[in-house]
Design a protein around this ligand. Structure first.
Ligand code: IFM
Length: 448
């Protein structure tokens, strides 16, 4: 046996009460055609030719809306302790504001009870990207009022399920919500506009702070936010490449942490964005920095960064790296996970619990004889769990590790052929087939 056949750890290698979990998100698995759900920005983005591979969308996805008991049974069979799901704003409030869809609340209510009945700790994330289309019409994350709309959505949702959650997060990956979607145009709403991006980068954090206030007022605790980080390395030894990588790190990794934990945005990024920021933005830092109980880190890869010659901010470009890659084209670089855990602890969170809230890989998985051989995924998970263990040994307070993802699912602009699941999903029949990584994991989690 080597680290491609089985997991190379047992529970005893991690601190007491360390949680092993898995994560999903609503639009990627539930099926937004069901249950009185309102239209989302991802429905309209996907309906626009050229945005999503093969014109796929989340209308049915994994049909988790109907098959959730089977899916929760799988989490239990894997021996996992915790499950991180997200709540769809448009499922709960179809127009984003106003009338509540009771079927939507009932769905999440059943899901939370279903987890508790199976002995699995529920972690909810309020927002994982499927903004109600009616709010996108009003400017979405560019509109400052979204902080109030989001606070209201938080109130409605958490009044119903907040009493039984083990933990809750406001956002999944503010960088994606703001920069990837409003500057790079790669995700809904598909904008490529620096002012839109600067506004979205700020309003997302303002909404985060407001939602934390609402959840505290409901008596909830164990509240956090989930951020994604990418390790930026200069593509060569030049000063220009170093500066480019530093700015990439600023936009991707330091901006959101700076707002939440230091009441400030990084100067190098502000140098480019200040003129596009909402008026008087600094007055919002008291709200943005509302204390949280933990930080979630989503980590997948590193990027090599080089200067570009456009003369426009931010003036960098990504360069293909030499390391082995996942089918996403992402280099496998576990050292980056060690870096982000220890760096975030040292510079920003200073002893607060850290969870790795997403980590995993897409592979070209195929079912053969009712089995899926995914040795690459087993090896990937082993390497990254080694990095987590090293960070813990060096004093970092890591409390849990969530694998992305439970099921193969809708991978946004790339549609359904990027398979991240511990469980294979046949998107014709919706049959679930646990992969060999699932078996390896459950075997390992049984060992004390
Ligand atoms: O599928 C996504 C998820 O929605 C957010 N984090 C990264 C995953 C893989 O790309």
């Amino acid at each position: 046996m080597n680290d491609r056949d089985c997991m190379n750890f047992s529970r005893a290698d991690f601190p007491d009460n360390f949680e092993f979990g898995t994560a999903t998100s609503s639009y990627q698995i539930e099926g937004h055609a069901f249950g009185g759900c309102g239209q989302t920005q991802w429905d309209t983005f996907a309906a626009t030719a050229g945005n999503v591979a093969r014109g796929e969308n989340g209308a049915i996805a994994c049909d988790h809306y109907h098959r959730w008991p089977e899916d929760l049974d799988l989490i239990q069979q894997a021996g996992l302790d915790s499950y991180r799901f997200s709540t769809s704003w448009a499922r709960i409030i179809p127009q984003g504001r106003g009338a509540v869809n009771q079927q939507g609340l009932d769905f999440y209510d059943r899901l939370v009870d279903g987890l508790l009945e199976r002995g699995i700790k529920p972690y909810a994330c309020l927002y994982h990207w499927e903004l109600p289309a009616a709010l996108a019409d009003l400017g979405g994350w560019r509109n400052r009022e979204i902080a109030d709309w989001f606070a209201d959505f938080t109130q409605v949702t958490m009044e119903r399920i907040g009493d039984r959650l083990h933990g809750a997060a406001t956002f999944n990956e503010p960088w994606c919500i703001a920069w990837l979607s409003h500057f790079m145009g790669y995700h809904a709403p598909g904008l490529r506009d620096i002012r839109a991006a600067a506004h979205a980068m700020h309003h997302t954090l303002l909404a985060h702070g407001r939602a934390i206030q609402v959840m505290r007022s409901l008596g909830m605790n164990n509240l956090g936010v989930v951020m994604n980080f990418e390790y930026a390395e200069p593509a060569d030894g030049s000063d220009e490449a170093h500066a480019a990588a530093r700015l990439y790190d600023g936009i991707y990794n330091r901006w959101f942490l700076g707002g939440v934990f230091n009441k400030a945005y990084p100067d190098d990024v502000l140098a480019g964005l200040l003129q596009y920021m909402p008026e008087n933005f600094a007055a919002d830092f008291e709200t943005i920095a509302e204390p949280v109980d933990w930080l979630g880190i989503n980590y997948y890869t590193r990027k090599l960064v080089a200067p570009d010659k456009t003369g426009l901010f931010p003036g960098y470009k990504e360069v293909e790296g030499p390391l082995p890659k996942t089918t996403m084209g992402w280099e496998i670089y576990p050292q980056g996970l060690y870096h982000f855990i220890t760096w975030a602890d040292r510079e920003y969170t200073k002893g607060l619990p850290i969870y790795v809230t997403e980590n995993g890989m897409a592979c070209a998985d195929m079912v053969k004889d009712d089995s899926v051989a995914d040795a690459d995924r087993i090896s990937f998970l082993n390497q990254h769990l080694d990095a987590v263990r090293r960070a813990i040994a060096d004093g970092a307070p890591v409390h849990g590790y969530f694998i992305w993802s439970l099921l193969d699912n809708f991978e946004w602009t790339l549609g359904y052929d990027q398979r991240f699941g511990l469980v294979h999903v046949d998107f014709e029949t919706l049959k679930r087939t646990p992969k060999q990584s699932f078996a390896a994991l459950s075997q390992s989690l049984k060992n004390d």
